[in-house]
Write a protein that binds this ligand. Structure first.
Ligand code: ZN
Length: 509
């Protein structure tokens, strides 16, 4: 007898349907797994047979072959336990399961037959819908994650017997009819209204978000660099449903979702520690899981204490930041994880932290200050358009009752500037924002009049600005002009953009 059960394997951020054939042949009782299963899938043999016995079913008395197809697709993890067990019960009991062919299922089994939660339920549900299945059966703990997908019945199961009885039409299960209301999913917890003072830094953040520019905050401990950074996502454009699904898929694969947090409706903020490994940051190849840069997809990747990161680690970030995706090479082919992030970094002005602070004395020598700053120079710094100093907050600002401007108001201005960029770059699929302008686009859209040219030339000389700063200043001044709804870049826009090149100025000499 042959039984056929549908499940799915995770590849990158997608799930691909896997057909599990179970065949009871002749010969001594044994179970043979074929079709490129990894160690975790092979181990499922023992879990599955024990779970079957403990759920009160017979298990195959003869040689049983379990084939996972397509064979060239690597199957990983324990999520095939449930479909394999169902297939084995079907052949051992000779049971009729009329619902089996129209369902796709995944779940890990415990030894007593309970169905445990798994990773990657959202992409699995998406694949089930794509394959026009009527229903997807998932662990009860993952049901809300799957129910985000419309147009398919989602059933949460808690044990093997329940699953069998449902498939055999011996019992009914409620299916999740919860239509997910994307717009009503809570409010942002953080808001710029809570951040007093720091007007110049907040303005620089607004400019950075408006043009999608990478940002570096330089300030002493306690200047609120990470408090400010955590709120950056609150002024970015709201996520579209497509962006939210993309981001949620990545979090689903990493097993970061639960019943209370099953869908990413807010842009993510990820702040990996400077001791993070390269694999942790950009993703791994042996066990292909997305790294922090992909978990931050469509949101903010925050690197606090930038000079403390290993140079090699910053080096591996370069290509993914440029490509907006991570490509991982494996024996079975390459795999891609999306990584479209806004890069925000922060650092102290010097090793002791107090260079330039009016109240506390810096203990570093000029040479030490320079060495400290040189640790972040190079290819990654080249990609950061805006550097801004975050000074220590004055006591009178902290104690004032004045409520700062709310994130929503700032976001309105950002959206206005983004709309202009959207129109500007229509028909340019590789460029969505000013920060992404190629040299050619820069020449077209950042023309200066003679006054502007003279001003920039003067600033380059006076402030010892580097050549690489030139293009950056043009891009950022384009964004500042967009925020002012000005078709041309005017001298005040240029002057503001020049301010945002702190690390290019040799002002400690
Ligand atoms: Zn110092």
């Amino acid at each position: 007898m042959l039984a056929r059960v549908f499940s799915a394997a995770i590849q990158g951020v997608e799930a691909i349907q896997v057909e599990i054939e179970v065949n009871a042949g002749s010969g001594d009782p044994a179970i043979v797994l074929v079709g490129l299963p990894d160690a975790a899938v092979r181990e499922s043999k023992d879990r599955v047979t024990t779970a079957i016995a403990n759920s009160g079913f017979r298990w195959p008395r003869s040689r049983t072959t379990v084939n996972l197809a397509p064979a060239d697709l690597k199957k990983e993890g324990p999520s095939f336990d449930l479909p394999i067990a169902v297939g084995m019960i079907a052949v051992a009991e000779g049971a009729d399961m009329p619902r089996l062919g129209r369902c796709l299922m995944a779940g890990e089994l415990s030894l007593n037959g309970e169905v445990r939660s798994i990773k990657g339920v959202l992409p699995i549900a998406i694949e089930a819908r794509r394959r026009r299945k009527k229903a997807v059966i998932v662990p009860k703990a993952n049901v809300r994650e799957a129910a985000v997908v419309e147009g398919i019945e989602v059933y949460g199961v808690s044990n093997l017997r329940e699953t069998f009885e449902f498939l055999a039409r011996q019992r009914e299960l409620p299916f999740s009819t919860e239509v997910f209301d994307f717009t009503q999913n809570g409010s942002e917890e953080l808001d710029f209204a809570e951040v007093k003072g720091q007007h110049l830094v907040k303005r620089a953040i607004e400019v950075a978000v408006a043009g999608n520019h990478a940002l570096l905050l330089i300030g002493p401990p306690g200047s609120g660099k990470s408090m400010l950074s955590k709120r950056i996502a609150t002024i970015m454009p709201p996520m579209s449903i497509e962006e939210a699904i993309e981001t949620t898929k990545i979090h689903s694969i990493c097993g970061l979702l639960d019943d209370g947090n099953f869908f990413c409706t807010h842009r993510p903020f990820r702040a990996p520690h400077h001791t993070i490994s390269d694999v942790g940051l950009i993703g791994g190849s042996t066990n292909p899981t997305p790294g922090e840069i992909s978990l931050a997809h469509n949101g903010v990747l925050f690197l606090d204490e930038l000079p403390e990161f290993k140079r090699s680690t910053l080096e591996v970030l370069r290509q993914p930041l440029e490509d907006r995706k991570v490509t991982v090479s494996r024996a079975a082919g390459t795999m891609t994880f999306p990584a479209n992030v806004m890069l925000v970094a922060a650092m102290n002005p010097c090793a002791c932290g107090y260079f330039g602070d009016p109240k506390r004395e810096c203990r570093c020598s000029p040479k030490q200050v320079e060495n400290y700053r040189n640790r972040v120079s190079g290819p990654l710094l080249d990609r950061i358009d805006i550097h801004v100093e975050a000074p220590a907050v004055e006591y009178k600002e902290l104690s004032s009752d004045e409520r700062a401007e709310a994130s929503q108001a700032i976001r309105e201005r950002v959206l206005g500037a983004r709309k202009l960029q959207h129109e500007r770059f229509a028909g340019k699929p590789k460029c969505h924002a000013n920060a992404e302008m190629s040299h050619g686009l820069l020449k077209t859209h950042c023309k200066l009049d003679s006054e502007g040219k003279e001003l920039l030339r003067h600033a380059m000389e006076e402030l010892h600005l580097s050549a690489r700063a030139y293009d950056r200043i043009l891009k950022v001044s384009r964004t500042i002009a967009d925020l002012a709804a000005s078709p041309t870049i005017c001298p005040p826009h240029l002057l503001e953009a020049i301010q945002y090149r702190t690390l290019d100025r040799n002002f400690w000499h």
